[in-house]
Design a protein around this ligand. Structure first.
Ligand code: ZN
Length: 277
C-alpha cells in the first residue's frame, strides 16, 4: 500500500516537473531575404579581407515562450511587395523568396497573435514588415524612437515601413535591458552605437544553451577580428565601447554570438519550422 502511494506520488511529481521543464523558449529562424554584394568600403573592409561570402542574409526570428511570443527584426522587403504569382521579390540589392506571414502561418501564427515586437534598430533592412505588428507590444529604446520619428527621414531609413508603430502600445526603455517574460530566458540588451538605441536579443535555451542575436553590432566576422566599424555606424566610438561590453558579456554567459547578417553563421542553422529550444 505504502509503496504504491509512493509510486503514485513519484509519477505525479514527474508529470508535474516535465511540462515545467518544457516551458523554456523556442527559437524559430525565418528567411527574410538576402542583401547582394555591397561596396566593402562601407564596412571599412576590402573584398580580400572578407573570407566568407560577400552576400549578406536578412533574418527574422520568432521566440515562443509560455507567456507569449516575440518577433525579432522584420526584414527589408515587405510581404505586400511580393508579386501576385508568388515569385521572388527584388528591390535593388535586396531580394526575398518567402513571405514572413507564410513562414509564421506554417507554424500556426498570424501577425496579430504576436505578443511583442522587437527590432534591433531602425535601418530599412530590419523594418520591412514592421507595420504588420502594430498590434503587438513594441519594445523600443527611447533614443531609437526619437531617431525613428523625430526630424527628417535619415539615411537607411524607410519610415513608411514602420509608420503604424508610431502610436502602437509600447514599452520604452532608456538605453537599458528588458527581461521580456520576467524569467531571464529572453532579454533585450541595450547596445548603442550602430544607431542610438540599437539593441540585441539574449536567449537562454534550455537544451541548446545561451545565444546572443547581435543585431548589427557586426555584419561580417572580420569587423570583429580586424576591429573595423562600418562607415554608416551612427557613433563609431560608442560602437567600440559596446563591442567591448558585449565581449565581456559573451565570456560571462558562455553565449554563442550570432551575427544576424552573416551568411556563414546562418547557413549552418536549422530554419523554421525546425526550432531551437
Ligand atoms: Zn542590417
Amino acid at each position: 500500500m505504502r509503496t504504491s502511494t509512493w509510486k503514485l506520488l513519484a509519477l505525479t511529481t514527474i508529470a508535474w516537473i516535465v511540462p515545467a521543464m518544457a516551458q523554456g523558449p523556442k527559437l524559430y529562424i525565418m528567411d527574410c531575404g538576402t542583401i547582394g554584394e555591397m561596396d566593402m568600403k562601407l564596412y571599412n573592409l576590402t573584398k580580400e579581407e572578407v573570407k566568407g561570402p560577400l552576400e549578406l542574409v536578412n533574418v527574422c526570428y520568432l521566440i515562443v515562450h509560455a507567456r507569449g511570443t516575440l518577433l525579432w527584426d522584420a526584414g527589408y522587403i515587405p510581404d505586400s511587395a511580393f508579386p501576385a504569382d508568388g515569385s521572388p521579390a527584388k528591390n535593388g540589392v535586396f531580394g526575398a523568396t518567402k513571405k514572413l506571414t507564410t513562414q509564421l502561418a506554417e507554424i500556426g501564427y498570424k501577425p496579430e497573435q504576436i505578443t511583442y515586437l522587437g527590432l534591433s534598430h531602425y535601418h530599412s533592412d530590419h523594418t520591412g514588415n514592421a507595420n504588420l505588428f502594430a498590434g503587438s507590444m513594441w519594445i523600443v529604446q527611447e533614443s531609437e524612437y526619437a531617431a525613428m520619428f523625430g526630424g527628417e527621414q535619415r539615411g537607411i531609413q524607410t519610415r513608411s515601413s514602420y509608420e503604424k508603430l508610431k502610436d502602437a502600445k509600447r514599452i520604452t526603455l532608456k538605453n537599458e535591458d528588458k527581461d521580456v517574460f520576467g524569467d531571464g530566458t529572453v532579454v533585450i540588451k541595450t547596445a548603442p552605437g550602430h544607431t542610438p538605441g540599437h539593441q540585441m536579443l539574449f536567449l537562454k535555451l534550455a537544451k541548446f544553451g545561451p545565444v546572443l542575436l547581435a543585431g548589427d553590432l557586426y555584419h561580417y566576422p572580420e569587423e570583429r577580428t580586424l576591429d573595423r566599424v562600418p562607415t554608416f555606424d551612427g557613433d563609431a566610438a560608442m560602437t567600440r565601447v559596446t563591442r567591448k561590453k558585449v565581449d565581456e558579456f559573451v565570456k560571462q554567459t558562455g553565449a554563442q554570438m550570432w551575427i544576424e547578417h552573416d551568411k556563414t553563421t546562418h547557413d549552418k542553422l536549422n530554419k523554421s519550422p525546425k526550432f531551437y529550444e
